[in-house]
Design a protein around this ligand. Structure first.
Ligand SMILES: [Zn+2]
Length: 254
């Protein structure tokens, strides 16, 4: 079995990601993560994986550092792939901050499942300290290195390939599968806001698979997958602590 292992840049070199994330396996029969398993459970051919890796590397090499973003470049690149596979696709949004959406119709309109991801990345701080340049997408020892490899071009690529493989294999879906790779998630969220305000009918879905959640955790004998119920909101809460107060306690709280 061929496996695809994807990671962000090297541990400790990126101040935004201090620890090496748990690898995600896209096609391992004994470890199929929720966000990759909903669509494609069939085995991948080596060619499928090569194509996925190429798409993923190309996306990392498109510099969509936010600000300014320039996500339209990534959107157009993805549209080219969807178009060449006969998948309905549109590039929509403010000039330079475009989103890309795609759709595969099922036998019924509903339910609708949305694959959601974002094409922008945060600035690559400390470029000189990276052992692999942040937009190189170099592969070493089964790991792909680059800004956005983990957040969130992994999702952009595997979700796009999921649509492409489903289309090629002519898989009959019960409902509709939607795809949206949005701009400016790392900033104000203006890409998703534009879509949901201007044309909500194109992205409204009963179910969404996005970058939220986290790698699964083991609770006793069960593997538990996280479900995100919201993002970028406020959750006010009040903490009450009892005992002697010290500076360290204050640090723990804040
Ligand atoms: Zn993200």
């Amino acid at each position: 079995m061929v496996r695809l292992v994807i990671a962000s840049n090297i541990a400790g070199k990126d101040p935004l990601l201090q620890k090496r994330p748990e690898p995600l396996f896209y096609a391992l029969p004994d470890h199929v993560p929720l966000r990759a398993s909903l669509v494609v459970r069939t085995e991948f051919s080596p060619e499928d994986l090569d194509e996925t890796i190429k798409l993923f590397q190309d996306l990392i090499r498109i510099d969509t550092t936010n600000p300014p973003g320039n996500e339209g470049k990534a959107a157009e690149y993805l549209k080219m792939h969807f178009d060449s596979n006969g998948i309905d696709c549109e590039v929509l949004g403010e000039p330079g901050r475009e989103n890309v959406i795609a759709k595969i119709r099922g036998q019924r309109e509903k339910p609708r499942l949305l694959f959601e991801s974002h094409t922008d990345v945060v600035p690559a701080a400390g470029v000189g300290t990276w052992t692999h340049p942040p937009f190189s997408a170099e592969i070493e020892d089964q790991w792909i290195y680059g800004r956005g490899a983990w957040d969130d071009k992994f999702d952009v690529a595997v979700q796009a390939m999921s649509l492409i493989l489903l289309k090629r294999r002519n898989v009959k879906l019960n409902g509709t599968l939607l795809y949206a790779a949005v701009a400016d998630e790392e900033g104000s969220g203006s890409g998703a806001a534009w879509l949901t305000r201007k044309m909500p009918e194109k992205v409204t879905a009963e179910y969404v698979v996005g970058e939220g959640g986290a790698p699964p955790i083991q609770l006793g004998k069960q593997k538990v997958y996280w479900i995100t119920t919201g993002e970028k909101g406020l959750a006010w809460f009040k903490l009450t602590a009892k005992g002697a107060l010290s500076l360290n306690h204050i640090r723990c709280l804040f």
